[in-house]
Design a protein around this ligand. Structure first.
Ligand code: ZN
Ligand code: ZN
Length: 355
């Protein structure tokens, strides 16, 4: 079923006569548009895509199945929306609770005859349930990312800087016609004890943990993978910490089944690490939704209010960060199915000693 059909059906559930979709990631998911500014006005019988003159050609190429309204100067967005609202006959319209206060204030002022109703979770619950073709895009992004790391692996040796590795990853993606979906993290030695370390000019050394967290876009869908290596030779402490994180990854992945709560899945990883005396070094949530955004709706954490459902794609990324020693994170991308969790990432998970 298309995203448009699913969202149109959802209007009834939400009890809304119309919905204004303005979050650009939601608009892209709904329409296939890849530009950075666009809106959808949706009713049970009409679906109108609105964008500005910069995207005239692109919108006609990319957006199918929608009425198209392109506004150009001197017409403004609000002038354009007013004519769409009048044409569609809208008196009440839901807006996504993702919009800023200033945007909704502007809309209410510009359209005094329209009642704007804040609508929580209009689109995100649908985006969380991926269609098979969407999962296939994430898989393709994973394969490309894995080929990328395979290529960059030659640089994981003493004397090379974190920045050189990060640049190599970015270049690889650009040569393949895409881009990294976030700035790759390359964190070595003591830097690996920072979950979101900034890439530095630190030179890789023997005995370092090196954590690489990277991913790319593929047709609007992202991969997000992390692997941790040891340079030179792994000590018993390296192995002990690494294998604890690996076990927590493997065990919590198995808990990613429909009906389990995001909190319960997180607890599986957390309890295992606590049992190994490492629980207090696991300083972030276990994972997040993955798809149209690197951090797609959905989370696996102690604060999560989500229940895992068929069609979800989650990252599972336990980590242990020991100040002064280093850290380990291993991250897989996992598709939730009724037959059990399907791990989409294939890059080896066992401790790899390189350099
Ligand atoms: Zn990541
Ligand atoms: Zn992640």
């Amino acid at each position: 079923m298309s995203a448009l059909t699913r969202l149109t059906d959802r209007l009834g559930t939400l009890g809304l006569p119309a919905l204004l979709v303005s979050d650009i990631t939601n608009v892209q998911w709904l329409t296939g548009f890849t530009g950075s500014s666009g809106f959808v006005v949706l009713t049970p019988t009409r679906a109108v895509f609105v964008t500005d003159g910069r995207y005239d050609t692109q919108a006609h190429e990319e957006v199918k199945g929608f009425e198209m309204v392109i506004y150009k100067p001197p017409m403004t967005l609000d002038g354009c929306l007013a004519s769409v609202f009048a044409d569609v006959g809208i008196k009440t319209i839901g807006f996504e609770d993702l919009v800023t206060c200033s945007t909704i204030n502007r809309l209410r002022k510009a359209h005094p005859g329209i009642e704007f109703v804040e609508t929580a979770d209009a689109v995100h619950p649908l985006r969380m349930v991926k269609e098979p073709w969407e999962v296939a895009k994430i898989v393709e992004a994973c394969r490309l990312s894995e080929a990328c790391l395979e290529h960059s692996l030659r640089l994981l040796q003493p004397g090379v800087t974190e920045r050189e590795v990060a640049i190599d990853i970015r270049f690889y993606f650009e040569r393949q016609g895409t881009v990294a979906s976030f700035g790759p993290i390359v964190a070595s030695g003591p830097n690996s004890a920072k979950p979101h370390a900034k890439v530095s000019d630190r030179v890789l050394q023997k005995g370092d943990f090196v954590t690489i967290d990277w991913g790319c876009w593929l047709d609007g869908y992202s991969s997000d993978i992390t692997r941790t290596f040891v340079i030179g030779e792994a000590s018993d402490r390296h192995k002990e910490v690494y294998n604890a994180v690996l076990d927590s990854l493997l065990e919590s992945t198995q808990a990613l089944v429909p009906g389990n709560t995001g909190k319960a899945v997180d607890s599986v990883a957390r309890d295992l690490l606590s049992g190994r005396g490492l629980g207090h070094y696991f300083t972030h949530g276990l994972g997040h939704g993955l798809g149209r955004a690197v951090h797609d709706p959905g989370s696996l954490s102690q604060a999560s209010t989500f229940t895992v459902a068929e069609g979800n794609v989650y990252t599972v990324e336990p980590g242990v960060y020991i100040d002064g020693f280093g850290g380990v994170r291993i991250e897989d991308d996992v598709h939730v199915t009724t037959e059990g969790p399907v791990v989409l990432t294939r890059y080896p998970r066992e401790l790899m000693v390189v350099g």
